[in-house]
Write a protein that binds this ligand. Structure first.
Ligand SMILES: Cc1cc2nc3c(=O)[nH]c(=O)nc-3n(C[C@H](O)[C@H](O)[C@H](O)COP(=O)(O)OP(=O)(O)OC[C@H]3O[C@@H](n4cnc5c(N)ncnc54)[C@H](O)[C@@H]3O)c2cc1C
Length: 172
């Protein structure tokens, strides 16, 4: 059985992790690990958008141009390619400056790029399971990191924790 990789949080950091992990696995045939499973934990209906890039209104813009917001570290053109594929301009027609997206539109990019990448990982034999629950506890064990949610627990060989908000019953 291959590695089990746990990912806590499906915001920008979780999306970048999945996209860069896939890029690394695709690059490195000789030493790539055998396909295993990736378990992503987040209690959200809007996967891969995190806090900042919800589908909440076109009135707030990202503070960096799309050409500086690629989700693939070694591929700065990745975001530009997404703009081209969606028939969006690379530069603002009025100012000639590089395109800035609204936060929901950038969320669309994060979501669609990551869904596509998950499809590629699955084609390579990886299982990617999205668990719609918050992680509630992590525990180091000799066999890996044991992660708990309200209803399940999993032992992960590798663990990425981008965010760990604790659930609190009396928090408003
Ligand atoms: C309103 C706003 C606007 C921003 N605008 C910009 C911008 O224009 N340009 C820019 O570069 N940066 C911007 N930022 C900053 C940028 O969004 C953050 O740096 C980045 O999103 C952080 O990513 P993250 O994955 O760590 O956290 P988030 O995107 O916040 O994602 C964290 C995820 O983890 C989940 N989570 C938390 N606890 C748990 C748990 N216990 N178990 C499972 N899942 C859990 C949450 O539900 C969430 O989905 C903005 C931030 C905000 C809040």
């Amino acid at each position: 059985m291959g590695l089990t990789i746990g990912v806590v949080g499906s915001g920008t950091a979780g999306a970048c992790l999945i996209n860069n992990l896939a890029a690394q696995l695709e690059q490195d045939d000789a030493s790539a690990p055998r396909p295993g499973q990736i378990l992503v934990f987040d209690d959200t209906k809007l996967w891969w958008r995190g806090r900042a890039y919800q589908d909440d209104g076109e009135y707030i813009w990202c503070n960096s141009p799309m050409k500086a917001m690629s989700v693939v570290h070694h591929d700065p053109d990745h975001g530009q390619a997404w703009l081209r594929a969606h028939n969006l301009p690379l530069t603002d027609p009025d100012t000639g400056q590089p395109t800035f997206l609204t936060r929901p539109a950038y969320g669309d990019y994060l979501h669609s790029a990551t869904r596509q990448t998950i499809g590629r990982l699955e084609n390579q034999g990886w299982t990617v399971r999205l668990v719609s629950e918050h992680a509630t506890r992590l525990e180091n064990t000799p066999h890996g990191v044991r992660l708990y949610t309200k209803s399940e627990r999993a032992v992960c060989d590798l663990m990425s924790v981008s965010s760990f908000q604790e659930e609190c019953a009396d928090r408003p």
